[in-house]
Structure formats: structure tokens, C-alpha cells
Design a protein around this ligand. Structure first.
Ligand SMILES: Nc1ncnc2c1ncn2[C@@H]1O[C@H](COP(=O)(O)OP(=O)(O)OP(=O)(O)O)[C@@H](O)[C@H]1O
Ligand SMILES: O=C([O-])CC(=O)C(=O)O
Ligand SMILES: [Ca+2]
Ligand SMILES: [Mn+2]
Length: 564
């Protein structure tokens, strides 16, 4: 019996059947010709699986709800869960050791070697798993808004949630671009629901995240955390941009002033404030996490944002709050089952709750996300859990190089597996987990560009003040925003400065709207002795961390660090 599509009165059973028909309607973007051939060649069993390529958002919602237990929030976002892993797994990340890239890669604890054969085994395992699914999702899109330096990325995955995530995070092609997409430059096979085999050579667990620069492929096994895909794309760009295009990739957000058209880059490791501070009503957002500083300006690598949701409120972060609507993905956020209202204060699943949305969901987005203008300001964000670094200081070019290489911050809980309280870390170039080349190569390009374009550089501590983690408190967002505004208005550049000891930083003596004692941590701490002890402790940590780069830098950069 064929039921009419819209029967007004149906029993639940018939309704269900009707639903199934709707879900199985002909897919948009089905594959033909060359693209289909590609999948057969890659080992996909085209008789068994149905590929859904660049499926509409509504269809991905339907599939995620029907098959993956997703639900819709009161504002229309899709609430999904990533399972056991709710943050990245840097210890399980591998880079394939092969002749085309081996001399460029900075091998070590970040880029751990995997041999080509093991990669093939894991790749096959991922494809075999995908072949057991009824539906396999494909998303074809771009990374990089500048057409000269962009790459074509293909994501192949088993969860509608992952396909929608990458739909939001990559640059979405127009129907015409999709029609003649051609061969992708980089492919991600995400079989995250299926574990890696722990007995495969070099595996440290059932999770494996691996990149092969010769094949230009990434394989994911044993983790469903969507951020792995996003940072896989970044790792590839962190390799290709400097090596193939001669451009500088950065773990940074970027925005541009509405009035003065001035561009700012915000560098910072996870949780330091790139997304929060780049969403600014007086400025257009270029992007919140991954950029390239090119010969002609700045462009975003991504087509979306991935904001932290912990303690999110409409009052403090209105732009982000309002971006959470139909099409956005809320990840691992606890919700009220009756009202479907997300509870952003609940850390029951993880601290690292996130929302992924297309960048156009931010009211003031600069689209296309590219500016043909050089940056005026660089803001290096750090979240100092010792509470000894000043909330703002102006850096000399040497200090800028020093702090970029040192990359000090505190890892905040959640974004990486197993981090439960802030821990000090030196994450070189503010992007150690995704760094591919020797840090000196990025640092050199940065120093060159900063000098050439006379960029001002600021170190902003969004972390603790008045005491360390536990006794002090995190710098109130309103003060950090006031400081960022003062950078942009030019007010800070004209301020009177004093030298902040041990670190030799120039700090403003006053800034309207920010308490005087907050500007200078030596004043903010009630216990002066404890302050002295903590600042020396941190300085020694800097010195130890920087020893790694000492021989690669000029003396004046080495001397720009703290003196104990
Ligand atoms: N003074 C402050 N400045 C910036 N952020 C603050 C401040 N105080 C608290 N926060 C909170 O810290 C978090 C900053 O996270 P944000 O998403 O901006 O990090 P990010 O640098 O974009 O990291 P990632 O690379 O992981 O996306 C937010 O949850 C924000 O609300
Ligand atoms: O990669 C992630 O999961 C989120 C992020 O932006 C980062 O950690 O820098
Ligand atoms: Ca972010
Ligand atoms: Mn990031």
C-alpha cells in the first residue's frame, strides 16, 4: 500500500512508515561518474552503502535524531554527544613518516612517527567499518577563504553529526562549485565509533588519529570528538601554507574594525579567549580559530566557529549565544528534558562543551572571510593560572618572538582528554598540539611580517588575578574587553608605561575603567611574599621551556625573557 505523503489522520504505526519514506527520499547531491569511481577505488562497497554527499542540514538533523539519539534544543540547535571522548586525544595522534614530508616535520612528542604500512592497516579498518553502515556521509568543502591558497577537503564519515559539524566548519561550496569539485586535496576518513586495534604496531590505545602527508589523508578511529577533524584540517594547513605556499598559518582568531578597518590577530592556545574576544560588536569577525597571514592580508581557514559553551550567557557573550539556532551543533551540553533548554553551567558531561555554527550566524561576520590588509595589532592571549602576569603589557619585537616561541598558558580543563584543573604549559607558537614544522620556521616568518608591517604586539592575560588558581579569580571579562577596546582605539598605545619586574614587561600605569591594582599584579596580590615566590617560580619555568629554542634564536630574543 502506498500512503499519501500528508495523511492528516494516521495511526502512529503508519506515521512511522510514512517517516521512513520521507527519510529515504532521493538524496540530493548523489554521486555520479568520476566521484562514484573514486569511492569504489577507495574500497567502498557501493552495492551495500548509500552515500549522502553534502546532504541538506534538515536531512542531517533527521538522520542524527533517528539514528544517533540527537535532540533539538529550544532554540533549534542540534544537541549531540560524542561518547566517551569529549576532547582531543593528542597522545594518540600520529604523523606518517614518509619521504615527501619527513625532512620538514618536527618529530618528537607532538609529531609521533607512524610507518606507512600501519597507516594502510588503519585506513583499511576505517573503510571496512564504513562499509558496514547503511549510510555513509560525505562532505566536500574548502579550507582557506583566499582562492589562491585554499584546498579542497573531503570528509567521509558514518555519523550525520560529524557531517553536519564539517558542513559548519569548512567553507561550504556553492552548487556550481560542488558540481565540478573534482579531486579533493585532503581526505578525512572518520570511523570514530570503531576502535583501533590496540595490537596494531605503535598504537597506544583504542584511539588513533593519524595524518599522512603523502597520501594527503587522515584516519580517525576510536574517538567521536568532532574537534579532531577540525584540527586535522588545521594540521594540514600548518604544513602546506609555509611549505608549499610560503604563507604563515596561525592558531588565532581575527577581526577587523568597522570604523578604521584595522585588522587584529589574537593568538592563543585553547581556552584563552580567541573566540570570546574576537566576537566584538565594534568589529567584524574574520574568524575565531585558524588563520593565514598571507603576503596580501589575512584569511580564515574555516567556514565556521567552534565556541566553548561553559557558563555561556546571553549577557556576557551575546553574539555567540545568538548563534545557537537551527543548523548549529551543541556538543555534549546537558539540557532540560522537559523544556529542551541547554544548561550551560552543567559540567556533568564535560567542561569542554562546544557549539559549532557557520560563521554567518555571527551578526557581524566579514564574509568572505578575507581582508586584503595587513594586521595593525597582534594580541597574544595567555591564561595564567599563577595570577602573576599583568592583564596587559606591550611587547617589543624581541619579546613578541620570545613569547610566541615560549607559548605560555595554562591548559584549562576539558579540551584535552584528562586535563581536570588548569596546568601550566608551554605550547610553542600557541599551537603545539597541531604544530608540524620546527617552531623556529613559524617564528621567523612572524618576526619578518611584524617588522615589515610595523605591527604592535600586546600580551593579554585572561587568566587569574590577585592570587593563583584557587585563591585569586579569573580576570573579569568586562576588564579584558575594556583592555582590548583600548588597544583598538589607540588609547593604550598612548598610555604611560612602567616596567614590570622579573619579566621586564611594559605595563600601563592607568586605564580608565580598569582598577589600578588590577593592572599591576604586584599590587593585586594581598600576600606580597607569595606573589614574589610565584613569579619567580613561573620565570624559572619559562627559562626551562625556552632552553629548547635558545640555540635557534638571536641573543636579543633570548634576552627578552624573564630574569630571575
Ligand atoms: N577575561 C576573560 N577573557 C576571555 N575569556 C574569558 C575571560 N574570563 C572567562 N573567560 C571564558 O574563557 C573561555 C575562553 O574560551 P574561548 O572559546 O574564547 O577559547 P579559544 O581561545 O577560542 O579556545 P579554542 O582554541 O579551544 O577554541 C570562555 O568560556 C570565556 O567565557
Ligand atoms: O580543537 C579543539 O577541540 C578545540 C580547539 O579549537 C582547540 O583545542 O584549540
Ligand atoms: Ca575557539
Ligand atoms: Mn583552537
Amino acid at each position: 500500500m502506498v500512503l499519501p505523503r500528508q495523511t492528516p489522520y494516521v495511526t502512529p504505526h503508519i506515521l512511522h512508515k510514512n517517516y521512513a519514506q520521507a527519510f529515504d527520499a532521493p538524496e540530493s547531491g548523489s554521486l555520479i561518474g568520476k566521484d562514484l569511481e573514486y569511492f569504489s577505488q577507495a574500497g567502498f562497497d557501493m552495492d551495500k552503502i548509500t552515500l549522502k554527499r553534502n546532504a541538506p542540514v534538515a536531512q542531517l538533523y533527521e538522520d542524527a535524531i533517528r539514528n544517533e539519539g540527537a535532540i533539538i534544543s529550544d532554540s533549534g540547535a542540534l544537541i549531540n554527544f560524542s561518547g566517551k571522548k569529549t576532547g582531543r586525544s593528542p597522545k594518540d595522534k600520529r604523523i606518517v613518516y614518509e619521504e615527501t614530508s619527513k625532512d620538514d616535520i618536527w618529530w618528537g612528542s607532538v609529531n609521533i612517527k607512524m610507518d606507512e604500512h600501519t597507516f594502510e592497516i588503519n585506513r583499511e579498518r576505517a573503510i571496512d567499518y564504513l562499509n558496514t553502515r547503511d549510510y555513509v556521509y560525505v562532505f566536500d568543502g574548502y579550507a582557506g577563504w583566499d582562492p589562491r591558497y585554499r584546498i579542497k577537503v573531503r570528509v567521509v564519515c558514518a555519523r550525520a553529526y560529524h557531517a553536519l559539524f564539517m558542513h559548519n566548519m569548512l567553507i561550504r561550496p556553492t552548487p556550481e562549485q560542488l558540481a565540478d569539485f573534482g579531486e579533493p586535496d585532503f581526505i578525512i576518513y572518520n570511523a570514530g565509533q570503531f576502535p583501533a586495534n590496540r595490537f596494531t604496531k605503535g598504537m597506544s590505545s583504542t584511539t588513533s588519529v593519524e595524518i599522512n602527508f603523502k597520501r594527503m589523508e587522515m584516519v580517525i578511529l576510536g574517538t567521536e570528538y568532532a574537534g579532531e577533524m577540525k584540527k586535522g584540517v588545521f594540521s594540514v594547513m600548518h604544513y602546506l601554507q609555509p611549505v608549499k605556499f610560503g604563507q604563515l598559518s596561525l592558531h588565532s582568531s581575527a577581526n577587523v574594525g568597522i570604523e578604521k578597518n584595522d585588522v587584529t590577530l589574537f593568538f592563543g592556545l585553547s581556552g584563552t579567549g580567541k573566540t570570546t574576544l574576537s566576537a566584538d560588536p565594534r568589529r567584524l569577525l574574520i574568524g575565531d580559530d585558524e588563520h593565514v597571514w598571507s603576503d596580501t592580508g589575512v584569511f580564515n581557514i574555516e567556514g565556521g566557529c567552534y565556541a566553548k559553551c561553559i557558563n555561556l550567557s546571553a549577557e556576557k557573550e551575546p553574539d555567540i549565544f545568538n548563534a545557537i539556532r537551527f543548523g548549529s551543533i551543541l556538543e555534549n551540553v546537558v539540557y532540560n528534558p522537559v523544556t529542551r533548554v541547554p544548561d550551560y553551567d552543567d559540567v556533568g558531561i564535560t567542561e569542554n562543551t562546544r557549539c559549532a555554527y557557520p560563521i554567518e550566524f555571527i551578526a557581524g561576520a566579514k564574509i568572505p572571510c578575507v581582508v586584503d590588509r595587513q594586521p595593525s595589532n597582534i594580541i597574544m592571549l595567555t591564561c595564567d593560572a599563577f595570577g602573576v602576569l599583568p592583564p596587559v603589557s606591550k611587547l617589543t619585537p624581541e619579546q613578541a618572538s620570545y613569547h610566541f616561541l615560549a607559548g605560555y598558558t595554562s591548559k584549562t580543563p576539558g579540551t584535552e582528554d584528562g586535563v581536570l584543573e588548569p596546568i601550566p604549559t608551554f605550547s610553542t607558537c600557541y599551537s603545539a598540539p597541531f604544530i608540524v614544522l620546527h617552531p623556529g620556521r613559524y617564528a621567523e616568518m612572524l618576526a619578518e611580517r611584524m617588522a615589515k608591517h610595523k605591527v604592535d604586539c600586546w600580551l593579554i592575560n585572561t587568566g587569574w588575578t590577585g592570587g593563583k588558581f584557587g585563591s585569586g579569580k579569573r580576570c573579569p571579562l568586562k576588564y579584558t574587553r575594556r583592555i582590548v577596546d583600548a588597544v583598538h582605539s589607540g588609547e593604550l598605545a598612548k598610555a604611560e608605561f612602567e616596567t614590570f619586574g622579573t619579566f621586564g614587561l611594559s605595563i600601563p600605569t592607568a586605564l580608565e575603567g580598569v582598577p589600578r591594582e588590577l593592572l599591576n599584579p604586584a599590587l593585586a596580590w594581598a600576600d606580597k611574599e607569595a606573589f614574589g615566590k610565584e613569579i619567580r617560580k613561573l620565570a624559572v619555568m619559562f627559562q626551562r621551556a625556552f632552553a629548547l629554542y635558545e640555540k635557534d634564536v638571536e641573543i636579543k630574543v633570548r634576552e627578552a625573557g624573564p630574569v630571575v
